[in-house]
Design a protein around this ligand. Structure first.
Ligand SMILES: [Zn+2]
Length: 395
């Protein structure tokens, strides 16, 4: 089976001792993945093009003859990420195209398979960099100036990989070629595995609104041994109660809220902190619920002396509702579900492309960890679903 062979070939590339993957944009591992993709494209008899951001596109049929039906995903990973997030969509796309070609299908519109570069933003800090650049959601100037932990800029890294950073920018030619985009992805929660749905495949309807906020809790540095409790201005207490309040506010507002990163000054075991700085990530199916959560939590934190500032906000991203319904029907009533995770599909939808997603069941719901998993039978059901969808949309 073409899926299984491809999956096995990808398995060793960028695998770390943890069992997870370290596949970061414009590294030697990324080059191996891009080379592998190019080889697959050639073996299938498709035409390979590379756009202004370095995303790879494989075309079946002349991409300038009509707006195409495009599928695909990304091959990069987060640090010690799982095998499925990204590669499942690329491998399924190649397998679906192979099936259609072998059965003699004649597409009435060009069919494209994309490998988006740098979806996770693990190296340069901005997720979906490849799709953001070609849609103009991120300027060429900002993109090429992004730096990794070693101080290497994205522009330099592209150049070292043999690409031309001076070409970075919104790519009208590429955008014109995307008539519709369907991204297949492993589900990053476990809705499909619950009794409510119990289905191998679901159809995405939306990406939840989400944002990041910085909370600064000021205090007063002092000796941990000699400062009486009554004399302390310890910001860690305000931070701790804000973490608990975030959990309660999330429960009240049908949202999720996470403090996953914090810095402490001066960061000494025997010093009362002078500052605790923490970042909140909050998401929910509805914008008003995220905003209500933030309002309530900000009021509580500010009453404890904190200042709260917004670092990013993305409103509700709706995929094409008619397309979602149509795909659900085509796939025998596949359940419709929203997701709390970002994707290149969301960037394209925001740019006005008719977009849908297919999710493949993830029995534990774990993602961005080596334990991310999907059963092979569900992966194969995903290939079948994608084949059906491409056959219908390109007919
Ligand atoms: Zn992904």
């Amino acid at each position: 089976m073409s899926f299984t062979r491809r999956w096995a070939e990808l398995e060793p590339i960028g695998r770390a001792s943890s069992g997870g993957y370290r596949r970061f944009a414009w590294t030697p591992e990324d080059a191996s993945l891009r080379e592998w993709f190019a080889g697959e494209v050639q073996a299938l008899g498709l035409d390979l093009t590379v756009d202004r951001a370095g995303n790879q596109w494989a075309w079946w049929g002349d991409p300038d003859s009509a707006p195409g039906v495009v599928t695909g995903s990304h091959l990069d990973s987060v640090p010690d990420g799982g095998a499925f997030d990204g590669p499942l969509g690329v491998v399924s796309a190649l397998a679906a195209v192979e099936t259609l070609r072998s059965e003699g299908f004649q597409p009435a519109r060009p069919i494209g398979v994309v490998n988006f570069v740098d979806e996770e933003g693990a190296r340069f800090g901005v997720a979906c960099a490849g799709s953001r650049v070609i849609t103009g959601a991120m300027t060429a100037e900002r993109a090429s100036g992004l730096r990794d932990g070693e101080g290497v800029s994205l522009g330099e890294a592209m150049q070292r990989a043999g690409l031309r950073p001076e070409h970075l920018g919104r790519d009208e030619e590429t955008l014109r070629r995307i008539g519709v985009f369907v991204e297949l992805h492993v589900e990053q929660g476990k809705a499909l595995a619950t009794d409510e749905f119990d289905a191998a495949i679901g159809v995405g309807t939306a990406i939840w609104p989400h944002g990041r906020w910085r909370f600064d809790f000021p205090g007063e540095a002092n000796h941990a041994g000699t400062t009486r409790l009554v004399d302390r201005k310890d910001p860690m207490l305000a931070y701790a109660s804000t973490v608990l309040a975030a959990r309660q506010a999330a429960e009240r507002n049908q949202a999720v809220a996470t403090f996953g990163k914090l810095t402490v000054e001066p960061n000494g075991v025997n010093a009362i902190p002078s500052l605790v700085r923490a970042w909140l990530d909050a998401r929910a199916p509805s914008e008003t619920d995220v905003q209500a959560l933030l309002r309530e939590l900000s009021a509580e934190a500010e009453a404890l002396g904190a200042t709260v500032s917004e670092e990013s906000w993305t409103g509700n991203t709706l995929f094409d509702p008619e397309l979602a319904l149509r795909l659900s029907k085509t796939l025998g009533g596949a359940p419709l579900l929203g997701t709390g995770a970002g994707h290149d599909a969301g960037i394209l939808a925001t740019a006005g492309v008719s977009t849908a997603m297919l999710f493949v069941r993830n029995p534990t719901g774990m993602s961005h960890t080596p334990s991310e998993f999907a059963e092979e039978s569900d992966c194969l059901a995903g290939v079948d679903a994608l084949t059906t969808v491409l056959r219908e949309l390109a007919a």
